[in-house]
Each structure stands twice: as structure tokens, then as C-alpha cells.
Write a protein that binds this ligand. Structure first.
Ligand code: ADP
Ligand code: MG
Length: 687
């Protein structure tokens, strides 16, 4: 007799090949079979009189055979005419059949049939129903609802049902680890109760709730699954916290100098985030903190304050950005603050020539550079630091865990890490996918910022923008015009920018229009951006090059062409390039008609709100966790029962239980994790 923890092949008749197929469904052991839940049910608990049969519904009927015949059509068919006591009739059609089958269907026999009721020329029909001859075979009638399971190739419904029933039989006679039952203290059904109910619901069970995933038995499993994922991330966090890092004693001198050099005072939210970071840095355990804030909320300056702690304590800081353009912008924006304080900055990127690169590398290795800013080039093998103690990473999504680790490994002790995200992360993801990180949120914009008015406009009304442009330029304000062709080729993108550039130049002979795109060389790009930020250019035509980080407060009009092709987060980022000064700003989203339903939804959301956190939630709703998280987080995106969008309302409860689980012994914790997280999908092992 197998046990629940045994591998699938211990079921007799289940071979290696089938076992491999079931592995694809995440089923490796008999216990996993228990968690392979039906996606719907058939109701064979009631025999429906034909007079009540509704076309399209699946029902069980019991009728007598009147006659059978083979239809003389080109494609052979077996027809079986049935009726009940009231002379109501049903015709069964079989398109594939054998002689044995035909001979068994004898006039006068009683049949139980289960199938979908269709309507044909002669009245009610069923095609290829499941059937039993009641005098010879066990009836189809069942006392509970019949599960229908999701299948994989090469496995039939009947076989799978049979194996799952073996596992359920075992469950009856064994006690399964059920820490939640203990913790929930009778407020939720036990694990076994929930599983039995969902595999074989009793007649009259609330199937609508089950279809909505809101049945308490499902909630019970969902909470447990969410808690298992959180637990595994929290374990990672605890393990990290047990490591030793450098204690950074709080310095105030540089910070005060910096504060004085700013033309503004920090928002309350910025101050709070800086304090949260400083508290972490002053402990002997490595920080790993996510700094979230909407576009324009002022994340850069928070990061600068943080790195001052490392500088003052004699440690180097690495600032890593996902693209060359972003890295350059960081060099500029961080550099501006740091230079004034006499802090030395080095820059590393893949596009540097050997001489320049060697020069910069030397500054890093010797310790001359106190801060090193760069792209992926930072974690290449050839880069060695004198005394790395603090790592700042911009845009979490675009780096893998491994990349982050390989940079951290360049430090003698695990460094403190601050991760900045360009866009806010929905709360449900922070509670699930990012449960291993501490978070600080800048939930307040600098004072005086006005909401950006957002307008959607069809391309064929392009001319209406001309007036607006004249007006904005007359007020001395500047304009971005972003061209977004999805063509992979930078040549085609540049071409579309070129067309717009010509169009605008022709219309505005008296204005200075310039164009920037990826094919320009570095020097030219920098010169154009400088001219624009100094107000020497009225209209900047750009490809999505300018998406992140550019900061020109005098720009007050953003026009995005083909906005229907961009995602919510990207559009929100682009829009965030304006509205950075005290002036009222406008964003025009131009689109090509007709709009798809999803594009329409995106544009509507942007018109309704400027709040990045709201937009992030909507984005998650529209695209789902798999798309939003990408491949880095397959664990959360591919859960067995839970879905963090649908089940977000249960995350808090899950969090409560995962905290409680952390207090349980290691065996119990690991049993829970192994139940829910496939080993080969687990990205946690090396996080
Ligand atoms: P983001 O969070 O998008 O990276 P930035 O760090 O680029 O935002 O800051 C956006 C702009 O706001 C910058 O010009 C910055 O100098 C300015 N800024 C930051 N904090 C404040 C503040 N407390 N008061 C006024 N302006 C601020
Ligand atoms: Mg920024």
C-alpha cells in the first residue's frame, strides 16, 4: 500500500512515462494528486425527466430502448431511439461504434445516459453520451457531484479520476500535516474536509461559490498556498538577516551640508524613508530594502542621502541602472549632489573604450572612487572594488536575482542593498512576490505639483494640437513629442520620428525643433538633452529614449504618438516627464483608430488618474501577475489554486498565518513549502 508522500509510480498501472506527463501538471507525489482540483463538476446525483430537459444542459436520464438502427448516410451512424413512460423521446447518435456495442443495445433494455441535450430535426438528442445498461452494468447515478479534472496529453479523465480517488482513499486513513487547522482554531475547515468537499461536493453544495473561488474550502486552500509562498520568502529574508554586514554609524555632517545645498526641503515621506534606511544601515545585518515612489516623487535624493552613510563610514557605493541612458542620467543627477560635497564618482559602462574603462576601473579598485555608477558592466568579473559596502539598484524588474547577487559578492561582507523601482508595485505583489524585501514608500509628491491633465486624441485630429503648441511656446514653456513605433528596428523608429520632425519644422518655422533617437551618437544626444534642459529647444521630438529619468521642469506639454501601443506603466512614466514644475501641464495621448478594447481601457485609466499606485493595480488586473512579474517570479505567477489578483483580499490573512508558521519548527515549515511549491520551479533556493 503506497503512502501519500510516495512517488506516482507506486500506483500500480501508472508507469514512468505517465508519471513524467503528470509532472508537467506539478504532480510528483500522491499528495500532489490531492491538490489537483476539478475545474468543473457534472451532476449525476439526479435523474432528470425528459419533460424537464433543457437544451444545452448536461443531464442524467433513465430511458428504455425502443429501437436501434444504422443510419444509411455516407458516414456511418448508430441511432438509438429511447423513450420514457410518458412517451417523451430522446435520440442517441454515435458516430464511432463497434458491433459489440451495437449488439448490446437491445430493445426493452433500460439505459442511464449522461450528456448534453441537443436539438435535432426529430427532437431531443444526445451525441456520444456516457451510458450504462442498468441490467448489466453499474449505474451512472452517483451520490455526490462528479469532478472533471484538467488533463494533460496522454491521460484520460477516467484514469486521472481513478488515481486521485486512490489518493483520497489514503487521505481517509492517514493524518495529513495540517498546521493551519491548529492555528485557525475551527474557523476554517480542515485540510481533509476541504479537499474531500472540492473533489466530491455533495448534492446541493454551492457551486456558484466554487466557480467563483469564494467557497470557504477554497479560501482555506488559497490562504494556505499564499502563506506557503510568503513563508518561503520570509525564510530567505531571515536567512539573510542572520548574515553579518558592516555597521554604519550614523553621520550627520555630510547630510546637513547636502540639505543646505538643496533648493527645497524634503517631504515628510522622503524624511521617513531616509530614517527607515538609516536605521537598517546602523545594524550589523545586511539591509535589503525596496524604495518605492511614483514618478517625480524624488527617489534620487533619498538614495543620495543613504549613500552618504556609506561614504562617511569609508565604504564604496555602487549604483547600477538597467540601461546606458539611465546610468548616464544617474551619473548626472547623483553627480550634481555629490560633487558639491567633494565626493568622487567613477562611471562604468559597456560602451566605454578600453582606455577610458581601464582608467575608471583603476579608480574603483584603488578606492579613489567613493561612488561607482554604471550599467551591467558593474558586475563583470574584471571589476573589483576596494571596499564595497552599499549597493543601489535602480529598476528591480529588469535585473535578475543572480545579477544582484553577483554584484553583492564583490563585497567582503554582504553589502547593504537599496532597490529603487521606477514604477510603484501593487500592494498585493508587495505582500506576495516581494515578501522577502523590506519596503519604504514615498507616498507624497513634492509640494506644488499639479495634476497633469490627460487627453486622448485620435491621430486624424492631429492638427488640433498645433494651436495648443503655439500657446505653450508663447508662454515660454517646452514640449516633448514622443514617437512610439513598435518596429524592432531603430532605423524605422528614427524614420517615424523624422516624419514628425519634418511636419513640425514645417508648421513652426519660428520655433526650434530638435530630434533625439537611439541612433545618434552619445555626444550628440547629450548635447541635445543639455540644450533642452537649458531651454534652448522649444520642441523635442524623441523616440522612447527619454522614457525614464529625464528632468526638465519647464516642459509642460507631453504628446505621445501611437499611445495605444504602449503599456500603462510606460505611458505613466512618459507622462511623468511633465508636471515637474509648478505649472499646469498637459499630456496628449494620440492614438490610431480604431482602438482595441484593451487599449481603450488603458487610455481611460490614464485619463482618470495620475496616481501611479492606482495605475499599477489596474495594470496588474489587466495583464495578470505572469505578465507583470515576468519570468523572474514564476512561483507567484503559477500557483496551484491561488491567484493573487483574484485572491488579493486573502493576502492579509495569509500573511498572518505565514508569520505564525515562522514560529513553528523547521520540519513543519518545510513540509508546508514542499506541498505547495514545486522544487524545480522554486526560485527561492538561491535568492
Ligand atoms: P523620481 O522619483 O521620479 O526618480 P526624481 O528623484 O527624479 O524623481 O525627482 C524629481 C524632481 O523633483 C527633481 O527635480 C528633484 O530635484 C525634485 N525634488 C525631489 N524632492 C523634492 C522636494 N522635496 N521638494 C521639491 N522638489 C523635489
Ligand atoms: Mg528617477
Amino acid at each position: 500500500m503506497p503512502t501519500l508522500s510516495d512517488p506516482l509510480i507506486s500506483i500500480s498501472g501508472l508507469g514512468k512515462k505517465t508519471s513524467e506527463r503528470l509532472n508537467q501538471l506539478g504532480i510528483y507525489t500522491l499528495e500532489h494528486l490531492l491538490f489537483h482540483l476539478p475545474n468543473r463538476y457534472q451532476d449525476k446525483t439526479r435523474i432528470t425527466p425528459l419533460s424537464e430537459a433543457q437544451v444545452g444542459s448536461e443531464i442524467l436520464v433513465e430511458l428504455t430502448i425502443d429501437r436501434i438502427e444504422e443510419a444509411p448516410t455516407r458516414q456511418r451512424q448508430l441511432l438509438c431511439y429511447l423513450s420514457d413512460d410518458n412517451n417523451q423521446r430522446l435520440l442517441l447518435r454515435f458516430f464511432h461504434f463497434n458491433q459489440y456495442q451495437k449488439q448490446a443495445l437491445v430493445r426493452g433494455e433500460t439505459l442511464q445516459c449522461f450528456g448534453e441535450i441537443k436539438i435535432g430535426r426529430q427532437g431531443l438528442e444526445m451525441h456520444h453520451p456516457e451510458y450504462r445498461i442498468t441490467s448489466k452494468q453499474s449505474p451512472l447515478f452517483e451520490s455526490t457531484l462528479t469532478p472533471v479534472y484538467p488533463l494533460c496529453q496522454g491521460v484520460t479523465q477516467n484514469k486521472l479520476k481513478q488515481w486521485i480517488n486512490i489518493a483520497l482513499e489514503l487521505l481517509k486513513n492517514t493524518t495529513i500535516d495540517d498546521h493551519f487547522e491548529k492555528m485557525a482554531k475551527n474557523t476554517m475547515p480542515s485540510l481533509s474536509e476541504a479537499l474531500f468537499l472540492l473533489h466530491h461536493p455533495r448534492k446541493g453544495e454551492n457551486l456558484t461559490q466554487i466557480a467563483d473561488f469564494s467557497h470557504i474550502s477554497q479560501q482555506r486552500l488559497i490562504i494556505e498556498e499564499l502563506a506557503a509562498h510568503q513563508l518561503s520568502l520570509k525564510q530567505v529574508k531571515l536567512r539573510r538577516k542572520s548574515k553579518i554586514s558592516n555597521i554604519l554609524t550614523l553621520e550627520t555632517e555630510l547630510s546637513e551640508l547636502l540639505s543646505k545645498s538643496l533648493g527645497f526641503s524634503l517631504t515628510g515621506a522622503q524624511k521617513r524613508c531616509i530614517e527607515e534606511i538609516n536605521t537598517d544601515l546602523a545594524t550589523q545585518h545586511p539591509m535589503l530594502r525596496l524604495l518605492q515612489g511614483d514618478v517625480g516623487s524624488g527617489k534620487t535624493i533619498v538614495a543620495v542621502f543613504a549613500l552618504l552613510q556609506a561614504v562617511a563610514n569609508g565604504f564604496q557605493t555602487a549604483v547600477m541602472a538597467p540601461t546606458e541612458i539611465l546610468a548616464r542620467q544617474h551619473e548626472q543627477s547623483f553627480g550634481e549632489y555629490l560633487c558639491k560635497l567633494g565626493i568622487t564618482v567613477a562611471y562604468l559602462s559597456g560602451s566605454q573604450n578600453t582606455e577610458e574603462r581601464n582608467k575608471q576601473l583603476h579608480r574603483v579598485t584603488s578606492g579613489e572612487a567613493q561612488v561607482v555608477i554604471g550599467t551591467h558592466a558593474l558586475f563583470q568579473e574584471s571589476v573589483s572594488f576596494d571596499n564595497l559596502g552599499f549597493v543601489i539598484i535602480d529598476e528591480q524588474h529588469k535585473f535578475g536575482v543572480h545579477q544582484r547577487l553577483s554584484l553583492a559578492q564583490k563585497a567582503k561582507k554582504t553589502p547593504h542593498q537599496l532597490v529603487m523601482t521606477a514604477t510603484p508595485i501593487p500592494r498585493s505583489l508587495t505582500m506576495s512576490a516581494y515578501a522577502d524585501l523590506d519596503t519604504s514608500i514615498i507616498d507624497e509628491l513634492p509640494p506644488g505639483r499639479q495634476a497633469i491633465q490627460t487627453i486622448a486624441l485620435s491621430t486624424n485630429r492631429k492638427d488640433e494640437i498645433i494651436e495648443k503648441i503655439k500657446q505653450v511656446c508663447a508662454e515660454g514653456r517646452q514640449i516633448y513629442w514622443v514617437c512610439t513605433l513598435i518596429e524592432e528596428s531603430e532605423v524605422l523608429r528614427a524614420e517615424s520620428a523624422e516624419n514628425t520632425f519634418t511636419y513640425l519644422s514645417n508648421n513652426f518655422a519660428d520655433l526650434r525643433v530638435m530630434m533625439i533617437h537611439g541612433r545618434l551618437n552619445k555626444g550628440d544626444k547629450e548635447a541635445i538633452m543639455r540644450d533642452f534642459s537649458q531651454g534652448k529647444i522649444n520642441i523635442l521630438v524623441a523616440t522612447t529614449v527619454i522614457e525614464v529619468g529625464v528632468n526638465v521642469p519647464n516642459a509642460s506639454l507631453m504628446i505621445v504618438e501611437n499611445a495605444e501601443r504602449l503599456g500603462l506603466a510606460q505611458l505613466h512614466q512618459l507622462r511623468g516627464r511633465v508636471g515637474r514644475g509648478g505649472e499646469k501641464s498637459v499630456c496628449v495621448l494620440m492614438y490610431q483608430s480604431p482602438l482595441s478594447e484593451s487599449a481603450k481601457q488603458r487610455l481611460d485609466i490614464l485619463r482618470q488618474t495620475c496616481d501611479g499606485f492606482v495605475i499599477a493595480e489596474k495594470d496588474l488586473e489587466l495583464r495578470g501577475p505572469g505578465e507583470v512579474l515576468g519570468t523572474q517570479q514564476t512561483g507567484i505567477a503559477g500557483m496551484k489554486i491561488a491567484n493573487i489578483v483574484r485572491d488579493a483580499y486573502l493576502l492579509k490573512q495569509a500573511s498572518y498565518y505565514s508569520e505564525l508558521m515562522l514560529g513553528e519548527n523547521e520540519y513543519a515549515q518545510n513540509a508546508l513549502i514542499q506541498r505547495w511549491i514545486d522544487e524545480d520551479k522554486s526560485h527561492y533556493a538561491n535568492a
